[in-house]
Write a protein that binds this ligand. Sequence first.
Ligand SMILES: [Zn+2]
Length: 342
Amino acid sequence: MKIVYSDKHASHDPQTFFVRGVKQRSTEQPERATRLLAAAKGAGHEVHAPKSYGIQPAASIHTPDYIDFLQTIARDWAKLPNASAEVVPNVHPARYPATYPKALAGRAGWHQVDLACPIGPGTWEAALASSEVATTAADMVLAGERQAYALCRPPGHHAYADMAGGFCFLNNTAIAAQHLRQQHARVAVLDVDVHHGNGTQGIFFERDDVLTMSIHADPSLYYPYFWGHAHETGTGKGQGFNLNLPLPLGSPDAPWLEAGGKALARIREFAPTALVVALGLDASESDPLQGLKVTGAGFHAMAGKIAGLGLPTVLIQEGGYLSDDLGRNLVQFLTGFEAGRR
Ligand SMILES: [Zn+2]
């Protein structure tokens, strides 16, 4: 399978992450991508560099205010007296009607939903490169490849049109889906990351041309907490075009694959002509975030089912954190996908 990768991801190395109020280094580390790349190369997949697209693909999903914020905030923040090395918000507009502020701390609170998306001097470069990795893979599929895998880092599925969160800045999955819309009237997005793809849901919530589906650990007990429930089905024209399949914490392969079957049935009913898979590997039983207990065989089986749809497919790397199984699980998924095509 063709794999797209850029080493520019390494310029983003977030140091800020809070667990039960305790600050620690982020689990979203550059080594994730180097391990995934080594595993994919070791399994014989060909690696391609991304093409250059500039901000256009990102701007097809994200608002001008937000893109300007991501491009400039680290530089401007560094000029503030006693500023931290990374931009981290300390105030949020929360759930009430609000007005966009000018102060940097206010803008940070507007555009960064949590403390898990700190912005350093290299964050924009890495996020932009990640969006170009996704766009290049989508272009390969538009050009006739049956599938391509985008090794995106930082990940994207928690990013809304104007808001970063949960390690994510630009929504690579949404950007790829929008790019496929150039040739495909209906595109489906299936998110198998252990966390609900809340940014992707939010971006397409009012649309009926992109079906969004997510299989994840129960958000009433697990990040992103406020989104990902079964009753969120879309609104307006998008009513019925969002499907959430939350699972009890710690669920193993069988219920995960059963949820996959439900999503596939909905995809067949929607009858898209292209598919984007938000490929988080953090549902693994070995993942440090411990939301679900999916095995390597589970990833292999899910990939085979998805491949069996026969749709042109872009695989976008989302979560999946450092464990001995991280690279192995990617190879299991890619191998299962190729087997499912035959
Ligand atoms: Zn995740």
